[in-house]
Design a protein around this ligand. Structure first.
Ligand code: FES
Length: 117
């Protein structure tokens, strides 16, 4: 097993209680949304499970509530920061696809476990 780690962005570049979009890595297709509450961060693929389209309507603009939920800009599905579960809206019970991240020295780092090649 091999670990690959990619720095996504400084924690302090994400609004506290909000989200920021990270463009796809070279060769990648899907952007990531990183959510922050205080010193914690979570990341998901920026794809709503309802219609498989980005969660935001305007570039890098995410609607969040009480530092707890991210709202899809299209049909208002609400997703929990912690696990990406849809707790209200048309895709209730579905979840965003998690991108594993950790915070290290105030930097959000994507850390993926690969089955080493
Ligand atoms: S596309 Fe997100 S709620 Fe419909």
């Amino acid at each position: 097993m091999m670990m690959t780690a990619t720095a996504l962005c400084p924690l302090d570049d994400i609004p506290d209680g909000g989200g920021r979009q990270i463009a796809p890595a070279e060769g990648g297709e899907v952007a990531i949304v990183v959510l922050r509450r205080g010193d914690r961060a979570w990341a998901y693929r920026n794809v709503c499970p309802h219609f498989s389209i980005p969660l935001n309507y305007e570039p890098d603009t995410f609607w969040t509530y009480d530092s707890e939920h991210l709202m899809c800009a299209h049909h208002s599905a609400m997703f929990r920061f912690e696990d990406g579960m849809c707790v209200d809206g048309p895709c209730l019970g579905a979840a965003l696809t998690r991108v594993p991240v950790r915070v290290e020295a105030r930097m959000v780092i994507e850390s993926q476990e690969d089955d080493g090649v």
